[in-house]
Design a protein around this ligand. Structure first.
Ligand code: UTP
Length: 294
């Protein structure tokens, strides 16, 4: 059995240009999905998988991420005096959920660069990288299963999902090879390939388990697509040295990386909610009829 993974890194220092103007003065990671900021879904997912040491990579204008996961004595006092017990419990739980650390990236030179900033904190241990563009359903076991793969094989694992050729160029894409246990061994990986150059229909999703050797690989990476230090390029270097597995899943992911997908995710998540779901469903049904959408 290999070392248990105890740390997660959440890169949140990007400029979020696809969400302007909302992301101008507040981080896109704080955009709410129904009533919870995107990054809270990600932290909760890590905690469900047994990870409590979480490092968030932040940058300028990202301070309210820290405030969100901190205690708010003024708010707590207010809720207490108003007898709002439920809300008070919820606010305290957010602050107590995990040990959250923060490091600044300085200049947002790409996802790979953001992960490299985590080296000092992570040390010589395996760790998880989780991107806030992908929100997982509460019932999803993807991260737990990826961690089991790591514990069994002691090698890095990347989450993959099938996409039609028209959409593959939004993502990193892998050249796969069948491996044991229904896993995939990644032979090669390319960042946002043109549809006719994609090596497969398997796209990289924002969940990774890495051996610490990814940091050595990141040191070798030169600026790639868009002048950024790409995580994809570091994985490519890692593959030359160690097997990197792909873990394919189908369901339970909400894409919140751009405006349209964010709207879709908000609607789906709202429909799933016990408190507002039924009423929201009735509203949507009425809207579809009124607007003659079908
Ligand atoms: P994205 O490319 O989706 O995020 O990076 P972005 O650059 O913020 O957004 P757009 O494309 O301009 O709209 C994936 C993740 O990596 C983080 C982002 O915060 C996001 O969660 N990231 C990206 C960093 O932490 N640092 C960077 O330099 C770049």
């Amino acid at each position: 059995m290999n070392q248990r993974v105890q740390k997660a890194v959440i890169p949140a220092a990007g400029l979020g240009t696809r969400f302007l103007p909302a992301s101008k003065a507040s981080p896109k990671e704080m955009l709410p999905l129904v009533d919870k900021p995107a990054i809270q879904y990600v932290v909760e997912e890590a905690v469900r998988a047994g990870i409590r040491d979480i490092l968030v990579i932040t940058g300028r204008g990202k301070r309210n991420i820290e405030d969100h996961f901190d205690r708010s004595f003024e708010l707590e006092h207010y809720l207490e005096t108003k007898g709002k017990e439920e809300e008070l419990k919820e606010m305290r739980a957010i602050a107590d959920m995990a040990d959250i650390h923060y490091l600044r990236q300085g200049d947002p030179k790409g996802l790979g660069h953001a992960v490299a900033v985590a080296r000092q904190h992570v040390g010589n241990e395996p760790f998880v990288v989780m991107l806030g563009d992908d929100i997982m359903d509460e019932r999803s076991q993807v991260l737990e299963e990826m961690l089991s793969v790591y514990e069994h094989y002691g090698r890095s694992v990347v989450a993959l999902k099938e996409f039609p050729p028209s959409e593959i160029s939004h993502y990193g894409c892998v050249e796969p090879e069948a491996a044991d246990d229904g896993l995939i061994r990644i032979r090669d990986i390319v960042e946002k390939p043109a549809p006719d150059e994609a090596p497969s229909n398997l796209a990289v999703m924002g969940r990774y388990v890495f051996t610490p050797q990814i940091f050595d690989a990141l040191e070798q990476v030169k600026p790639g697509k868009g002048g950024e230090i790409q995580l994809t390029d570091a994985i490519r270097i890692l593959i030359e040295d160690q097997t990197v597995y792909g873990f394919t899943f189908e369901k339970g992911r909400y894409d919140v990386g751009n405006k349209l997908d964010y709207l879709r995710a908000t609607v789906e998540l709202a429909l799933e909610r016990e408190d507002i779901g039924p009423e929201f469903r009735a509203f949507l049904t009425d809207l579809v009829q009124r607007e003659k959408l079908v």
